[in-house]
Design a protein around this ligand. Structure first.
Ligand SMILES: [Zn+2]
Length: 173
């Protein structure tokens, strides 16, 4: 397994739609392993392939928050929301591509998602709580959308400027 470099906003690749996966092969399994390792290392609870510069519709997540809980890594290939609740919930979201910035985002409280597993089989599951927020946040990444796109323009611009500054500092370091 290899740690992959996480792209930091603003980066044009984070605003592009990713391509559906046609074949679950060894390359894809390797990518999923690397993404999980990169996510746990960061640490984060979700990561989408475009965040590591791979423009494929793949995401990984593990929202098990209890410290001594067994890890519950999930790999979702070509995920799609097939149902969403009318009930909404608000979570303070963050993103590994927008480090140390958090903001409240409102989304459907529950969603049902269909995806392809690493075994090539179709799965369907209903998510609620943090899992629901996380899976919607990550699917957004596959459509080139970031959580700051839900914020008012002024707040969004403020965060983007902070990230530009962070990137300049990193480039100099
Ligand atoms: Zn994110």
């Amino acid at each position: 397994m290899t740690l992959r470099n996480i792209l930091i906003h603003p980066d044009p690749r984070l605003n592009k739609s990713a391509t559906p996966v046609a074949l679950v092969d060894d390359d894809l399994r390797r990518l999923a392993d690397d993404m999980l390792e990169t996510m746990y290392h960061a640490p984060g609870i979700g990561l989408a392939a475009p965040q590591v510069a791979v423009m494929s519709r793949v995401l990984v997540m593990d929202c098990e928050k209890e410290e001594d809980a067994t890890p519950d890594p999930m790999v979702l290939i070509n995920p799609a929301v097939v149902w969403e609740s009318e009930e909404r919930s608000v979570y303070e979201e963050g993103c590994l591509s927008i480090p140390e910035q958090y903001a409240e985002v409102e989304r459907p409280a529950e969603v049902e998602v269909e995806w392809l597993g690493l075994d090539g089989k179709t799965r369907r599951e209903r998510f609620d709580g943090l899992w629901a927020t996380c899976v919607q946040h990550e699917i957004d990444h596959l459509d080139g959308k970031l959580f700051i796109d839900y914020l008012k323009p002024l707040k969004r611009q403020m965060i983007t400027r902070k990230m530009q500054k962070l990137k300049r500092e990193k480039a100099r370091a």
